[in-house]
Design a protein around this ligand. Structure first.
Ligand code: NDP
Length: 326
């Protein structure tokens, strides 16, 4: 098996020398075990903050993959079946079945299995739960989402449109902004080329925002929170603008706005609603089949290119989900 190791903890933005490619021998599966071969691997923003809290130097990089069972001594996972596995950045791995999720039955023939890492996987579920459970979004409301052309953001905007909302989204390139328009977002802008974020947000929705799905945090939120309406809800999904900081950013602070507008701000992890995943994945599949949810993938070919794909995703190379194809 080939693996990518965290050679040394990231300091600031990750660099090539932080990673090391290793080859390791894998033994035959024992009773109850399966041998898996990765087909698609995922690179996600959480790997950056989790590298500090969940990994030691020398560990295999954490992450999910879609894998094929190539040897099996576990009747629940027959040879040839496909699973979503959290085996990290590795081409092959052994599992005793714990934490393996079979690709949902009824997976449409014409839809790539890589979507199990994106629109019909963790990012799609994040969008759904952030909107339904955290924002408790209602028809007719106005939603703001940033990193809107990414894996989570592109699903957030589309699901909110399906629910009858007005959706404002922003992203970091003009090509991404065009994609948001294709997806049916009502107002879009490139946050890197505008002169004032405050003016862009006010122009897009002069009355303010009922819900704010925040993927970015930091100074973006310092400007966005004061634009909320009374009793607005903020789903704090991620703060990618802070993940590579070596010196913590400070204010301006938003607490006064939170008080006088009586806002609710809630951080969440997609895993909180794991008990709903089976049913939620079926909902996502049916929306994809019906053409109500569109998806895009930024596919990098070759396991050896994983660090480059990871760093590219952090920089914003991807429209939709960043995927590695073996
Ligand atoms: P994306 O596919 O959106 O990829 C990351 C994107 O973030 C880039 O393409 C880039 O787009 C944008 N970005 C990078 N740096 C900055 C910056 N400094 N300011 C603004 N935007 C930036 O990733 P995901 O959809 O997988 O994740 C989006 C967010 O959701 C992340 O914060 C992630 O941590 C979080 N998340 C949280 C989960 C949870 O359970 N709470 C689960 C999954 C994801 P652009 O060109 O637009 O700048």
């Amino acid at each position: 098996a080939k693996t990518w190791i965290l050679r040394q903890h990231f300091e600031g933005f990750p660099k090539d020398s932080d990673f090391e490619l290793r080859v390791e021998q894998i033994s035959e599966p024992k009773d109850g075990e399966v041998l898996l071969e990765a087909i698609f691997l995922s690179v996600d923003p959480y790997m950056r903050p989790y590298s500090r809290t969940r990994m030691k130097e020398g560990d295999v990089m954490i992450g999910g993959q879609v894998a094929k069972v190539i040897q099996s001594k576990n009747p629940s996972f027959p040879v040839g079946s496909h699973v979503v596995a959290g085996l990290g950045w590795r081409t092959h791995g052994l599992s005793d079945g714990t934490g393996l999720r079979p690709v949902p039955s009824g997976w449409p023939q014409d839809i790539p299995l890589s979507l199990a890492l994106g629109a019909i996987g963790m990012p799609g579920l994040t969008a759904l739960y952030g909107l339904e459970e955290v924002c408790q979004i209602q028809p007719g409301e106005t939603l703001l989402v940033n990193a809107a052309a990414g894996a989570v953001g592109s699903m957030v905007g589309q699901i909110a449109k399906m629910k009858g909302c007005k959706v404002v989204g922003c992203a970091g390139t003009d090509a991404k902004v065009s994609y948001l328009k294709e997806l049916g977002f009502d107002h879009t802008f490139n946050y890197k080329t505008i002169t004032s974020l405050k003016e862009a947000l006010t122009a897009a929705s002069p009355d303010g925002y009922d819900c704010y799905f925040d993927n970015v945090g930091g100074s973006f939120s310092s400007v966005a929170v004061p634009q909320m309406k009374q009793f607005g809800r903020i789903a704090v999904c991620g703060s990618i603008s802070l993940y590579n900081d070596t010196v913590p950013q400070t204010g301006p602070f938003v607490q006064t706005h939170m008080v006088f507008k009586q806002l609710k701000m809630e951080g969440f992890l997609v895993s909180r609603w794991e008990h709903k995943n089976e049913q939620s994945l079926l909902r996502l599949i049916s929306w994809i089949k019906e053409g109500k949810l569109k998806y895009s993938e930024h596919v990098t070919t070759g396991f050896e290119n994983m660090p480059a794909a990871f760093m590219g995703m952090l920089k914003g190379d991807n429209i939709g989900k960043a995927i590695i194809k073996i």
